[in-house]
Design a protein around this ligand. Structure first.
Ligand code: URA
Length: 249
């Protein structure tokens, strides 16, 4: 889901910078070199105002459409970091190859070895609401653990777990995930948590002496991972998904 501009005129260099075409100085340079056109006419003044809803802007012959906000659902693969920049690893934002904007970021973090649902957007207000500790937005994970959980685990999760550093978590709901989700050794569970502490799911299972060997986020609030997306694939949110997210947080 992409939202178009309703905010009226804006500077050409800001328009292009927001759409990830380069820094303001690179854009000024491109303009001087005649690489930018507005409505088919070369425009050398990078500071002129344009109307993103009405004017056609191109850089090196490639038309650049404006999007105020973009929203993508990514099935995060393992080995990729939940960041916008990283010296060592590929980032989740780099996986969004169709993105129009240069200021996308992931809403929250999944560990490098965690897969699953990650919302990628530039809507800071929505991100803030989804991540706010006051909102207790539900996060549902599929966790495969080594060994078997103690028989009173469901009860212990429901009361909240004390982590190894003494942190008390909020109550969480544990369900068995069924044999189809479980690997040959180990067992699979669905855990729903209502907060987002560092490595929370892994640490909650660790507190019960079990090691998580595979973790996948299935949903966040009303947003559910589209099971058609394989790890590394993404798609824009639908209008309904976005409306439900905005309503529910
Ligand atoms: N909890 C974890 O331990 N890791 C994640 O990536 C997400 C939740």
């Amino acid at each position: 889901m992409t939202t178009e501009n309703r905010g009226g005129a804006m500077r050409l260099d800001r328009f292009l910078a927001e759409m990830g075409a380069g820094t303001r100085s690179q854009i000024r340079d491109a303009a001087k070199k005649g690489r930018i056109r507005v409505n088919g006419v070369v425009e050398k003044r990078a500071d002129r105002r344009i109307d993103p809803a009405a004017d056609a802007v191109s850089l090196d012959g490639r038309e650049i459409a404006y999007a105020r906000f973009e929203y993508y659902m990514l099935n995060k693969p393992q080995g990729v970091v939940s960041a916008t920049e990283d010296n060592l690893h590929r980032t989740v934002v780099e996986l969004i190859t169709d993105r129009r904007r240069g200021d996308l970021f992931p809403v929250g973090r999944l560990d490098i070895d965690t897969e699953g649902l990650l919302l990628i957007t530039n809507d800071g207000d929505l991100a803030h609401r989804l991540l706010s500790p006051k909102k207790h937005v539900d996060k549902r994970y599929l966790a495969v653990i080594e060994g078997t959980l103690p028989s009173d685990s469901r009860q212990r999760f429901a009361e909240g777990i004390v982590l190894s550093d003494g942190t008390q978590t909020m109550p969480a709901e544990l369900e068995e995930a069924g044999d189809s989700a479980a690997p040959e050794t180990g067992s699979a569970y669905i855990l729903t948590i209502h907060e987002g502490k560092f490595h929370q799911v892994k640490r909650m299972f660790e507190a019960l002496d079990c090691r998580v060997v595979y973790l996948k986020r299935m949903s966040m609030g009303s947003l559910r991972l589209d099971e058609k997306l394989r790890p590394g694939e993404y798609r824009p949110l639908t209008e309904t998904e976005l409306a439900m997210l905005q309503e529910n947080c």
